[in-house]
Design a protein around this ligand. Structure first.
Ligand SMILES: [Cu+2]
Length: 394
């Protein structure tokens, strides 16, 4: 009996030694470590294409902050068509959401998300979920979707570089499709000291500068496990806004030549590399989600609501200082009304507005404000009807 028990114990020990590494640590498990990293949450599917568009940074042709025609020479340089400049319209490639893998019907963007502008669709998940994306490249260059924060295998990284293997890491050729699978483990969500949701981004990372300056960038919000409504948004927040302080260097976009062709006098547009020359600056767009000089569809909320602002920067040489007039926020546990964004930096600011009115929201970096990095947000009295669809020019 003792001998049998000893043999059984020995057998269990051997099985344990052999089997245990397969569960989490041995070579056999390395093909799918992600399953253990995420959790038994939902699969959230998205169908996203890279589409070519002509984007207008200032569609009304007027300064929507002053309410006047563009007058200052710098405003005119940035926002009006004319001799030697391209004007407010540029050829771009942006991420757009579709209803299914046929990519025939675009998914309508809800009115309260009109402020996203040229940003890609908001991808949402809760910790424990899996994000699956079918990506269709309708552009003329190879493009990808490279995510920040979430867990991915190489095939879902969206960036090609030498690491000793030759596999495709998630780049779709022109006309091609790629399937991404991103897992959402705890480390993709907020820490216990943060708000109930975390902000990330995704962007194309084939020729990163040219791709992002072409327009391929979008937001992703991950909500703490158990803290999300069915749509993935945090339960403890009434209203969310995503604002990219997006400096688009159109001089370094895939589409610069095509954009020059949109100018009223294409032959008069000079290509220069000196950052300080007006011909260069005219194509350095300091935008909020692709809008300049007050054209951002105004984020609209009610007094007393729990409002979450998700802010991020883009990929050029830039430092932004988002500033709210009229109300304050809590960001990084600090009460403030100015925050800072480094290139591709991400930040969450929570606001419970107590001052009703239409207020400025702008970058406090002087040259950026001059170049049009300014919009407005609206706080309605609590008794007002539901906030109207934000049409932009209010
Ligand atoms: Cu700025």
């Amino acid at each position: 009996m003792v001998k049998w028990m000893a043999l059984t114990a020995l057998a269990l020990l051997i099985v344990g030694v052999v089997a245990f590494p397969r569960l989490g640590r041995g070579p056999a498990a390395s093909a799918q470590p992600a399953a253990a990293a995420a959790g038994p949450g939902q699969v959230r599917s998205y169908f996203i294409a890279a589409d070519e568009v002509v984007w207008d940074y200032a569609p009304s042709g007027r300064n929507q902050v002053t309410g006047e025609p563009f007058a200052h020479p710098f405003e005119r340089l940035m926002a009006l068509p004319g001799k030697g400049v391209i004007g407010p319209k540029y050829k771009k490639t942006i991420y757009r959401e579709y209803t299914d893998a046929s990519f025939t019907t675009m998914k309508p963007r809800a009115p309260e998300w009109a402020h996203l502008g040229f940003l890609g669709p908001l991808i949402r998940a809760e910790v424990g979920d899996t994000i699956k994306i079918v990506f269709k490249n309708n552009g003329k260059h190879p493009f990808s979707m490279h995510p920040h924060g979430v867990f991915y295998e190489k095939a879902s990284e969206g960036a090609q570089y030498s690491d000793g293997t030759s596999m495709n890491r998630g780049v779709a050729p022109p006309g091609g499709t790629h399937h991404y699978e991103w897992l959402v483990p705890e480390r993709a969500g907020p820490t216990e000291h943060e708000t109930s949701s975390a902000l990330w981004m995704y962007h194309s990372h084939v020729d990163e500068n040219l791709d992002v300056n072409a327009g391929l960038i979008g937001p992703m919000v991950i909500t703490r496990r158990g803290a999300a409504k069915p749509d993935g948004s945090p339960k403890d927040v009434d209203r969310e806004f995503v604002i990219g302080f997006v400096e688009m260097d159109e001089n370094f976009s895939h589409h610069f030549d095509e954009s020059i062709a949109l100018a009223v006098e294409p032959k008069s547009v000079r290509k220069v590399e000196n950052f300080a020359e007006p011909d260069y600056l005219a194509n350095l767009k300091e935008s909020l989600n692709g809008f300049i000089y007050g054209h951002l569809p105004s984020p609209t909320m009610k007094k007393g609501e729990r409002v979450r602002w998700y802010l991020f920067g883009s990929t050029n040489f830039e430092v932004h200082a988002p500033h709210w007039h009229g109300n304050t926020v809590t960001a990084n546990h600090m009460r403030t009304d100015v925050v800072g964004l480094l290139p591709m930096g991400m930040l969450i600011a929570d606001m419970v507005p107590d001052a009703a009115g239409t207020w400025l929201f702008h970058c406090h970096t002087g040259p950026h404000l001059l170049a049009g990095m300014v919009g407005k947000y609206v706080v309605q009295d609590a008794a007002a009807a539901a906030p109207a669809a934000t049409g932009g020019l209010n």
